[in-house]
Design a protein around this ligand. Structure first.
Ligand code: HAM
Length: 427
C-alpha cells in the first residue's frame, strides 16, 4: 500500500454515505434532547495514563490496540480508543460534580483502535456514547438502556436482542473470581493460550472468549449471578423491574462480561442478527472510575454504540430514509456582466433561504443548462446582456418546461412565492 493512500482500516465518507451519517446523527441528537442529555466533546487524544488507568491494563485495548506516541516534550499521548475514560477525566477536571446531578452526557466521537480490520471492525470507528454521572439507582441503568433501545425503535431496527447481566461490585467479584478460577484450573490445559493467560489476570474475561473449544469447556461454568452479594443482586432485580415497567424486552445472559475493566454491577450488550456475533453496542455501570482518577466517589453508567455497525444494520434492513432535499434554483450567467448579475441574484436567493446554484466554470449556456439538469435543478434562468438591458429574465420550470418572464428585481419574491406554493419537493 502506498504512503499516500488512506491508512488500513479507515474510510472516506462522502456523497450518499455522508447523508446516511447525517440521518443517523440527527436522530441521535433529537433522541438525547428528549431524554434531557447534554452533548460533550472531549479531545481526540489524551495522556496515555487516562486510558491505562481508565480502560484497564489487562484489556486488549490497552495491551495491543492503542495508537500511542510521544509528543515533542516526551510525554506519552494516545489517540482516544473509547469515550468513557476521557469523559470521566473531563467530569473531574471541569468540576462537573458541583453541577446539578445526575449529569447526563452524550457524544458522537471517533475512536482509534489498532485492530485487525475486517467487516464491522475498523481502526477509526465512531461511537454514540452516553454517560450518566451521579445516579446510583437501578432506574439509571434502565434509563441508559432505554436510550439505546429507543434509538433502535426510532430507526425501525428489527431482529435484535438486549442482553443484560450483572458482574457485581468488588465483593461479589472477589468471591466469583475464585470460584471461576478454580473451575478453569481443572481444565486449564484445554483452554486457548489467551484464556490461560487471562485466568491469572482477569478470569471474568475468559467467559468472553470467542474460541469454540473454550466456549464448550465453559458450558458448565459457574454463573456470576449465583455469586452476587444481596445488595448487588437486589440492584440487578431493580434494573429488570425498571425495564419491565418500560416494556423493554431483554435476555439475562451471564456470559456478558464486556471487554473493559471499569465495569461494576450491570453490563449489557445489543446484538442484531445482521451483525452476527459482533455486538452492536454495549455498556454498563462503572461506579469506581471517577474515584480511580482521583475524584470523589461518583456512581456512573453508560454505553457506547458504533455508528458504522448501526449503519450496517440499517443498510441490511433497508431502513435508511434520506430527508428530501430542497429544490434547486439554477442561476447561470452569460458573459462578464451577466455572470456578475447572476452571482448577485444567486446570493440574494441564498440570503432568502433558497437553495441556489450558479456557474463557477465559465461554461457555455448550453453546458450550463446541461449542468442544471444534472444537478436536478427545479428552476433555471440564464442572465446575459439582453436580460440586464430589459431587466427581465425567463425562469424555466425544468420539469414541465413552462417558462415565466420575471423582472430581475422580483426574482427573490417570485422564488419565495414558489417555495410557499410547492408541496413536493419539500423545503
Ligand atoms: P466497546 O464495547 O469497546 O465499549 O465499544 C462500544 C461499541 O463501539 C461496540 O459495541 C461497537 O459497536 C463499536 N466498536 C468498538 N470497536 C469498534 C471497531 N474497531 N470498529 C467498529 N466499531 C467498533 C466502549 O467503548 C465503552 N466506552 C462503552 C461505554 C460507555 N461503557 C460505558 N460507557
Amino acid at each position: 500500500m502506498s504512503d499516500t493512500q488512506a491508512p488500513k482500516g479507515t474510510t472516506d465518507i462522502f456523497g450518499k454515505e455522508a447523508e446516511k451519517w447525517r440521518f443517523v446523527e440527527d436522530v441521535i441528537h433529537e433522541l438525547c434532547e428528549d431524554f434531557g442529555v447534554q452533548e460533550i466533546r472531549t479531545p481526540m487524544f489524551e495522556y496515555t495514563e487516562v486510558f491505562k488507568r481508565g480502560v484497564g491494563d489487562t484489556t486488549d485495548i490497552v495491551q495491543k490496540e492503542m495508537f500511542t506516541f510521544l509528543d515533542n516534550g516526551g510525554r506519552s499521548i494516545t489517540l482516544r480508543p473509547e469515550g468513557t475514560a476521557g469523559v470521566a477525566r473531563a467530569y473531574i477536571e471541569n468540576g462537573m460534580a458541583s453541577m446539578t446531578q445526575p449529569l447526563k452526557l452524550y457524544y458522537i466521537m471517533p475512536n482509534f483502535r489498532a485492530e485487525k480490520p475486517q467487516r464491522g471492525r475498523s481502526r477509526q470507528h465512531t461511537q454514540f456514547g452516553l454517560e450518566y454521572f451521579g445516579a446510583p439507582t437501578p432506574a439509571a441503568d434502565a434509563e441508559v438502556i432505554s436510550v439505546a433501545y429507543e434509538l433502535y425503535r426510532r430507526l425501525n431496527i428489527e431482529n435484535y436482542e438486549v442482553r443484560i447481566n450483572s458482574i457485581g461490585g468488588h465483593d461479589s467479584r472477589v468471591k466469583f473470581n475464585s470460584v471461576l478460577t478454580a473451575f478453569i484450573q481443572t481444565n486449564l490445559q484445554r483452554f486457548c493460550p489467551l484464556c490461560q493467560e487471562r485466568v491469572a489476570k482477569n478470569p471474568l474475561r475468559v467467559l468472553d472468549c470467542k474460541v469454540e473449544s473454550c466456549q464448550r469447556l465453559l458450558e458448565d461454568a459457574p454463573s456470576v449471578l449465583d455469586h452476587l452479594t444481596p445488595e448487588d443482586a437486589e440492584h440487578f432485580e431493580g434494573v429488570k423491574r425498571n425495564l419491565d415497567a418500560m416494556g423493554i424486552p431483554y435476555i439475562v445472559d451471564s456470559r456478558i462480561v464486556r471487554g473493559l475493566d471499569y465495569y461494576t454491577r450491570t453490563v449489557f450488550e445489543f446484538f442484531c442478527k445482521d451483525l452476527g456475533e459482533m455486538a452492536g453496542g454495549g455498556g454498563g455501570r462503572y461506579d469506581n472510575l471517577i474515584e480511580s482518577f482521583g475524584g470523589v466517589t461518583t456512581p456512573a453508567v453508560g454505553f457506547g454504540l458504533g455508528i458504522e455497525r448501526l449503519l450496517m444494520i440499517l443498510e441490511a434492513q433497508k431502513k435508511i430514509t434520506i430527508k428530501p432535499k430542497r429544490s434547486i434554483f439554477y442561476v447561470g450567467g452569460i458573459g462578464d456582466d451577466g455572470s456578475l448579475k447572476a452571482q448577485q441574484i444567486a446570493y440574494s436567493l441564498r440570503e432568502a433561504g433558497i437553495r441556489t446554484e450558479g456557474d463557477l466554470t465559465a461554461r457555455s449556456p448550453k453546458a450550463q443548462m446541461k449542468y442544471a439538469n444534472n444537478i436536478g435543478a427545479a428552476y433555471s434562468m440564464l442572465i446575459g446582456s439582453d436580460e440586464i438591458a430589459s431587466n427581465k429574465c425567463t425562469v424555466k420550470n425544468m420539469e414541465t418546461g413552462e417558462q415565466t418572464s420575471v423582472t430581475l428585481d422580483a426574482i427573490v419574491d417570485y422564488a419565495v412565492g414558489l417555495k410557499r406554493a410547492e408541496i413536493n419537493p419539500v423545503y
